[in-house]
Design a protein around this ligand. Structure first.
Ligand code: NAI
Ligand code: HPV
Length: 529
């Protein structure tokens, strides 16, 4: 039974499928301190959070069974991604589920500061009929600068167009084609700062975006401009903003997010009449909360059941068309890694992967992770997975060299894995044969045809008559049944290789007996668990 801890308020409707899963137990326990989480996390396979729970390295260290952290939302800045990757914990998010909701909140905030709605409401309910203090501005014909034209920024731009605004967007990944399609102008950060009547930020908080709008930017802004932050606290320098408002440069600001959440009671925003605030409500609608909870629940179920999943934050995203091409090779790749590492002796120095045939034309990075996992798991066991395999190789100074070629020796695709250690260099190649599944087609210099399953026995011998008989007899005498047998050689009478698949583990003594049989040079068992 897998155990999932939900440590922030997440939609019950959205996590229904998790709660209904017969192999999953869901515990809801919200508002825990770090110490409280550390005390209980050890029993859980998955943790589901929103933005309140800070998933620190300490929590992950205590989460010895933790395989996945699911973020029911977009921003994962409350999760220490580096620590998760090092520990092989998959972090997934739900990037699409709250886009419209957050965009609508940003828009609501923009309209609220254009028309002083919260301030006017406050006076009106106090019985003060004040119609002159709240002269607003129209959005029509105003210039809106959008910093960060991702999912939310683009939706804000679309809606702003409907309001008759002129939009200038900036995003390092925004192309002219996409800007044309959205009917907006692309500009630099500086263009936006100097020209915009309204600025809204929709970037993540990164070292690059931290205080992206600070004192120097406020200095050159259009006097009377208005600014909105429904992305992350810290993208706009809070103190510089207060100063800019006091100096009359900024007429109004609307913030849903803060550098520290919740803000301290004496935070200057809370007493400034020109700043309106909400308590990180961007994603808080019924629809968004259901969407994000459904998304993460689906992915968590897949991960716990070892099925393919999407939206891993600590692994590079793979487009669906590429995934369709490489996913069938994941298991084979891992087995090639397992095989070649059992063949080799000594500390691994380099893993050379060669993709040939159609695989040479696609992004094979995710597949390489499986191969590296296979190689490392021989020594690191279940501590290695596809999330941390590249990291673990790197910290062990193992070089990973990926080569590609279009020639696949008659196969549609061929994956060749060469392992260089301090002591030797071994090679295993494999492919997927249409209708026949995974096949190992080369071991070192010998062509073979064997399915990588169960127990394989590799015997290196001289190509002489009677060798198959003597190996068969020895195994038979030890009650080891041979399922299939393959012999490969380069030249007649030279050295040859025999690959037998056997129905059970071959005891060490039998391997030793094989090694001392005349004309046999080496014997080795390869196991696929
Ligand atoms: N207030 C709330 O409750 C919510 C806040 N958010 C936050 O909103 C932000 C945007 O979310 P999405 O649009 O879904 O993400 P996204 O990943 O689709 O878009 C972010 C965009 O920012 C761009 N970007 C990165 N660095 C930049 C820079 N230096 N200058 C300009 N653009 C830059 C990226 O290229 C990307 O296109 C995130 O920080 C997210 O955490 C999201 C949902 C709810
Ligand atoms: O999705 C995001 O990035 C958000 O900021 C939403 O946060 P929340 O899930 O409402 O705590």
């Amino acid at each position: 039974m897998f155990k999932v801890l939900v440590s922030d308020p997440i939609s019950d409707f959205g996590i229904q499928q998790l709660m209904d899963a017969p192999d999953i137990q869901v515990d809801k326990n919200t508002g825990l301190s770090e110490d409280e989480l550390v005390a209980i996390i050890g029993q859980y396979d998955a943790l589901l959070v929103r933005s309140q729970t800070k998933v620190t390295p300490r929590i992950m260290e205590a989460g010895t069974k933790l395989r996945v952290i699911g973020r029911a939302g977009v921003g994962v800045d409350n999760i220490d991604l580096q620590a998760a990757t090092q520990r092989g914990i998959i972090v997934i998010n739900a990037p699409d589920g709250n886009t419209i909701t957050t965009c609508e909140h940003a828009f609501a905030m923009m309209m609220a500061i254009a028309r002083h709605i919260p301030q006017a409401y406050e006076k009106t309910i106090k019985g003060i009929w004040d119609r002159k203090s709240f002269l607003g501005v129209e959005l029509r014909n105003k210039t809106l600068g959008v910093l960060g034209m991702g999912r939310i920024g683009s939706e804000v731009a679309k809606r702003a167009k409907a309001f008759g605004m002129n939009i200038i967007g900036y995003d390092p990944f925004m192309t002219d084609e996409r800007a044309d399609k959205l009917g907006i102008k692309l500009g630099s950060v500086d263009d936006i700062i100097r020209q915009a009547d309204f600025i809204t930020v929709h970037t993540p908080l990164t070292p690059e975006t931290k205080h992206m709008i600070a004192r120097p930017q406020f200095e050159v802004m259009k006097p009377g401009m208005r600014i909105i932050n429904c992305a992350r606290g810290g993208v706009i320098d809070e103190l510089a903003l207060v100063e800019a408002i006091d100096r009359g440069i900024v007429a109004g600001a609307a913030f849903d997010v803060f550098e520290v959440e919740p803000p301290a009671p004496d935070h200057p925003f809370l007493s400034n009449p020109n700043i309106i605030v909400t308590p990180h409500l961007g994603a808080s609608t019924v629809e968004a909360q259901e969407n994000v909870a459904i998304d993460v629940s689906e992915q968590v179920i897949c991960i716990l059941r070892d099925q393919p999943f999407k939206n891993a934050v600590n692994m590079p995203p793979v487009p669906a068309d590429v995934l369709n091409k490489i996913q069938p090779y994941f298991e084979l790749g891992e087995k090639l890694g397992i095989f070649v590492s059992q063949l080799s002796k000594g500390p691994v120095v380099e893993i050379i992967v060669n993709y040939s045939g159609e695989l040479a034309e696609v992004d094979t990075q995710p597949l390489t992770r499986y191969i590296v996992k296979g190689v490392l798991q021989q020594h690191l066991g279940s501590n290695v997975n596809v999330v941390n395999s590249m990291h673990l190789a790197k910290v062990r100074d193992i070089n990973i060299l990926v080569q590609k070629s279009n020639v696949a020796k008659g196969f549609t695709n061929l994956i060749t894995v060469t392992l260089r250690t301090n002591e030797d260099e071994r090679l295993v190649a494999g492919t997927l044969l249409n209708g026949y599944g995974e096949r190992i087609v080369q071991i070192d210099k010998y062509p073979v045809d064997v399915a990588p399953e169960g127990h394989l026995l590799l015997v290196k011998h001289n190509d002489k008559p009677g060798m198959i008989g003597s190996v068969g007899t020895l195994l038979g005498n030890n009650d080891i049944n041979i399922a299939t047998m393959q012999v490969g050689r380069k030249i007649v009478g030279g050295s040859a290789i025999m690959v037998l698949s056997v129905d059970r583990a071959v005891p060490k003594e039998v391997i030793e007996q094989l090694k001392t049989t005349p004309q046999i040079n080496k014997a080795k068992e390869i196991v696929f668990q």
